[in-house]
Design a protein around this ligand. Structure first.
Ligand SMILES: CC(=O)N[C@H]1[C@@H](OP(=O)(O)OP(=O)(O)OC[C@H]2O[C@@H](n3ccc(=O)[nH]c3=O)[C@H](O)[C@@H]2O)O[C@H](CO)[C@@H](O)[C@@H]1O[C@H](C)C(=O)N[C@@H](C)C(=O)N[C@H](CCC(=O)O)C(=O)O
Ligand SMILES: Nc1ncnc2c1ncn2[C@@H]1O[C@H](COP(=O)(O)OP(=O)(O)OP(=O)(O)O)[C@@H](O)[C@H]1O
Ligand SMILES: N[C@H](CCC[C@H](N)C(=O)O)C(=O)O
Ligand SMILES: [Mg+2]
Length: 487
């Protein structure tokens, strides 16, 4: 049990009504999850307003309320804490409630449009190989030492983050690598955390439904670096237009990495094959098991981070060469007849183009490239024609299919995709709505040495149709069919 006054440490308070010496059993921001003697934090959300549920929270047993706007009536037996920013208050209350776990390990945050999961996951792999117990908070999963849990967000809410960090500390973790999404920063989910380091990958158009303008999206990302302390390190990508801008007002120790320009950490791709590439990093050569320019860039960020965290160059290079691709990110298998099947989470035009360009750099063009791709329902419609155009421009044959149709009609989504295929490429694609049949067809059509790219769902192990998630995994499907056809 904690006293209310103890968990209010560092919270900027406008007014107090009632006693702060009361015991608090839990912290809750959802009135449907109230437990007796908890503090309820009323947040203004995107759909509803937590202030509308204050009375309900008290009825259900909350004894303290943190809020921004005065309620119509105050209850005598409840303590009220008025704050200017409930999201920020929640961040500090959560950190205090779990005894500020971020101060007890080295916490590194990764932000940017693409590459967060890849970098955080590979850093988790690298430090585990180096002999440490490590935590991971990522889009794909949450890992505490040897135990993995399902993730619901890229950056969870502040209560969950601090709860997980506390469990990591209890389990003896020395490091935690976490993804820091723009939604997470904007909603102050990471505000009270003490970061040892921050990494910036890149910035391209995304989430403008939420952030409204590109400038706002960019400034939100920058604010993460503005808040890093002097004792921290900040690592940024010199090849990205916004790489230097991100660190403009940052007090932390700065390192820039680049595969194009001169920077503190320089890398070059010397040779690329499907099973890896030979890199030169600051004049030392290393063979890595990942491919693509974007992964070379990700690996430079990882190298710079590992050095900042105290590993030696030699140790880092040895571990870099053993890192394996992240589940569903350019994950590939080679069949008996040397058909290469690649599963990738590319679900945006930019990511799809990157993956296809990477394949183009490696393939011989004596073989055929089949691409199986769809677009999710209840998501950005503008990307649909663009993704179909990019797929047909860069493949020999494309099978347009369903991704997660969610509550939309999959045939309508496919029509919108088809509309983007340019006239000279209309003979290059076929449409098979059923994803299972689409993958089967690609496997049937492929001949010895050909390449099959299955894009959009990566690690996902389900297909969501009308609110129901059916088990579905692209890698499983392609392995089964290639085996069935004995290819
Ligand atoms: C748009 C967005 O970010 N929404 C997040 C936000 O919810 P919200 O603002 O919509 O909340 P709301 O439903 O309006 O409710 C406001 C408040 O009233 C409370 N309430 C509501 C109803 C009720 O009966 N009682 C009650 O107390 C709610 O608990 C909440 O505190 O706060 C919730 C609690 O933390 C999050 O679960 C929720 O994430 C939703 C599910 C979501 O889809 N978020 C995505 C967009 C997201 O955050 N994505 C990024 C990564 C994006 C990427 O890079 O791909 C991520 O970090 O995961
Ligand atoms: N540094 C990079 N630059 C551009 N594209 C990348 C980079 N790293 C990975 N990608 C591509 O983007 C896709 C998503 O990568 P990843 O999951 O690491 O990104 P993320 O930032 O975690 O995305 P999300 O916002 O969905 O959490 C990958 O499948 C790959 O095709
Ligand atoms: N974070 C993204 C993932 C999209 C993955 C794709 N398979 C889809 O369902 O559209 C989203 O939820 O928009
Ligand atoms: Mg991610």
């Amino acid at each position: 049990m904690k006293k209310l006054k103890d968990i209010l440490y560092k919270v900027s308070i406008d007014a107090v009504r009632g006693s702060t010496s009361i015991d608090i059993s839990d912290i809750v921001f959802d009135s449907r999850k109230i437990t007796p003697n908890c503090v309820f934090i009323a947040q203004k959300g995107t759909i509803s307003n937590g202030h509308d549920y204050i009375e309900k929270a008290i009825e259900n047993g909350a004894t303290a309320i943190v809020y921004e706007d005065d309620p119509a009536v105050f209850s005598d037996h409840v303590t009220y804490i008025k704050v200017a920013d409930a999201n920020k208050a929640l961040a500090f209350i959560a950190a205090n409630f779990y005894d500020n776990p971020s101060e007890k390990l080295s916490l590194v945050g990764v932000t940017g449009t693409n590459g967060k999961t890849t970098i955080a996951t590979l850093l988790h792999q690298l430090f585990t190989k180096a002999g440490y117990k490590v935590g991971l908070l990522s889009t794909v999963k949450i890992v505490i030492g040897n135990d993995a849990y399902t993730a619901t967000h890229t950056t969870p809410d502040s209560i969950s983050i601090n709860n997980y960090l506390n469990q990591m500390v209890q389990a003896g973790c020395s490091y935690c690598f976490m993804e820091v999404s723009s939604h997470g920063i904007a909603q102050k989910r990471t505000d009270a955390l003490v970061f040892k380091g921050g990494i910036f990958t890149n910035l391209s158009h995304d989430h403008l439904d939420y952030h409204k303008t590109f400038a706002e999206y960019r400034n939100v990302k920058k604010s993460f670096f503005d808040s890093l302390p002097k004792t921290a390190f900040a690592i940024s990508n010199a090849d990205d237009k916004n790489g230097a801008f991100m660190l403009q007002n940052c007090d932390a120790k700065k390192t820039m990495y680049s595969i194009q320009n001169v920077a503190d950490v320089n890398g070059k791709i010397i040779e690329s094959q499907f099973n890896g590439m030979l890199l030169n990093i600051n004049n030392q050569e290393v063979w890595v098991q990942l491919i693509g320019k974007f992964n070379a860039s990700n690996l430079l960020a990882i190298y710079a981070t590992a050095l900042e965290l105290g590993l030696s160059k030699e140790e880092v290079l040895v571990h870099l060469s053993t890192l394996q691709s992240v589940s569903g990110r350019f994950q590939f298998i080679v069949s008996k007849t040397k058909i290469t099947a690649i599963v990738d989470y590319a679900h945006t035009p930019d990511a799809l183009e990157n993956v296809l360009k990477t394949i183009a750099e490696i393939r011989t063009f004596n073989e055929q490239l089949f691409t199986v791709v769809g677009c999710g329902g209840n998501r950005d419609k503008e990307k649909r024609p663009v993704m179909a155009r990019i797929a047909t421009e860069n493949s020999d044959t494309v099978i347009l299919t369903s991704d997660n149709p969610r509550n939309e009609d999959p045939f309508e989504i496919l029509k919108e995709m088809e509309a983007g295929v340019e006239a000279q490429n209309t003979n290059k694609y076929l449409t098979i709505e059923d994803r299972h049949q689409a993958i089967k067809t690609a496997c049937k059509m492929a001949k010895e040495g050909d390449i099959i790219l299955i894009a959009g769902k990566g690690h996902e192990d389900y297909q969501e149709i009308k609110g129901v998630k059916h088990h579905f995994n692209d890698l499983e499907e392609v392995i089964n069919f290639l085996n069935e056809f004995n290819k």
